[in-house]
Ligand binder design. Structure first.
Ligand code: ZN
Ligand code: ZN
Length: 397
């Protein structure tokens, strides 16, 4: 447990190494010059054959914008060209946006303007004379596309790109990993403090609220996603919402949650039980625990995502519950809770050192209960390092 639990976000953030993002714009420029992946009509990511060099990228995804500039606001358009980086945002961020760029060592311009014509003028001017602009196809809405095409960039050829910044975001710097490790440690501590109370028979919603509160007290800026606490028959729903059901002895309880520290997220699932679980809970738990451990042990630089999925799936299938593991094995984590790569059977991606991914097999038996166990790990040259370290103990009280 942390010495001072009531410290707010200050102490945690103060202990972290500063994020220096100055080199990222040039990484993006390298991709723009070499060719961005064009989104296919079906919405699926292209196979690399459809790549085109572009003169600029218009960043509308907030996490991508934050990754590139350090600006953490809730509204922005970032235009990056070969020699310019322009952040367009509104008056709420007149002080914050330039300060965050400077703190991150990012060379760029900030234009503060209310929505509408002033923002449009700044964007139009930034791309004057340029021919081909990439939009983020997975982020731009239909109405926004019409505005970009008709008003903001009427003279340019607009190209639907996919994954340009997301691919760069996959590899985390040591400073980014430090934030995710801090978030994971907060979640570990929150769980340790919350678990003894399960024996008192709280509702799922009460446990979820307590975890959220504890993470805040321990220094998180928030929860990484809506905390899942699912007891008994509800644990058979992979993404159950916590509700009024009380936790009773013998229930499997799936707890899936994470913290945010300086924008970076952690993700962890533990399955626990007050007393001995009703059959076949204990056997299911042991199979999932073995599958999860084998999956974590399979993660390493150069290993394909599909292979990690297969390692987990084989163990669960051999036990006869293959059909009850109906989601993929894991996903990347970072500024977003779900990022590239996906650890799925159909993935063609290969893991690389510095990537942060989850390993989270599960078995869900409708009407009875489910088990999921999840860790967030950093890929290393010869394996991986776990960031989530809470014990994997089924019977907690
Ligand atoms: Zn999770
Ligand atoms: Zn997850």
């Amino acid at each position: 447990m942390k010495a001072s639990a009531a410290g707010g976000s200050g102490p945690v953030a103060a202990d972290l190494p500063p994020l220096r993002l100055g080199g990222r714009a040039n990484s993006v420029r390298g991709v723009l010059a070499a060719g961005v992946t064009i989104a296919s009509e079906s919405g699926a990511e292209g196979n690399g054959a459809d790549a085109a060099p572009v003169d600029a990228l218009v960043v509308t995804d907030l996490a991508n914008g934050r990754w590139l500039t350090g600006f953490s606001g809730s509204a922005m358009v970032v235009v990056i060209t070969a020699d310019d980086l322009l952040v367009i945002t509104d008056g709420r961020y007149a002080t914050q946006a330039p300060a965050e760029l400077e703190a991150a060592g990012v060379e760029g311009r900030v234009t503060i303007a209310d929505r509408g014509s002033k923002q449009q003028e700044a964007a139009t001017a930034a791309v004057e004379g340029l021919g081909r602009l990439a939009l983020e196809a997975d982020n731009v809405s239909w109405s926004r596309y019409r505005r970009f095409a008709g008003e903001w960039f009427p003279d340019a050829e607009l190209v639907p790109s996919t994954g340009v910044i997301e691919r760069l975001r996959r590899t985390k710097s040591p400073e980014e990993v430090a934030r995710m490790a801090a978030a994971a440690a907060i979640a570990d501590d929150a769980l340790a403090e919350a678990l003894p109370r399960l024996a008192e028979g709280p509702t799922e919603a009460e446990v979820a609220a307590e975890l959220d509160h504890l993470m805040r007290r321990l220094g998180a800026s928030g929860s990484a996603f809506e905390t899942i606490v699912a007891a008994g028959e509800n644990s058979a729903l992979p993404h159950a919402r916590p509700g009024p059901r009380r936790i009773e002895p013998g229930d499997l309880v799936v707890i899936d949650f994470g913290a945010i520290v300086d924008g970076y997220r952690s993700d962890m699932t533990r399955t626990v039980c007050v007393g001995e679980p009703r059959p076949p809970g204990g056997k299911v738990y042991e199979v999932v625990r073995q599958a999860q451990q084998a999956g974590v042990e399979a993660v390493a630089d150069g290993v394909s995502c599909a292979d990690v999925d297969e390692v987990c799936r084989d163990i669960i299938s051999e036990a006869g519950w293959g059909d009850a593991f109906m989601h993929s094995t894991g996903h990347g984590v970072g500024l977003d809770i779900h990022e590239a790569p996906s650890l799925a059977s159909r993935s063609s991606e290969v893991l690389a050192a510095g990537e942060v991914v989850t390993v989270e097999p599960g078995v869900y038996l409708a009407g009875s209960g489910g088990v999921r166990i999840e860790d967030t790990v950093v890929v290393t040259g010869d394996g991986c390092r776990r960031l989530t370290c809470a014990p994997k103990t089924l019977v907690v009280a």
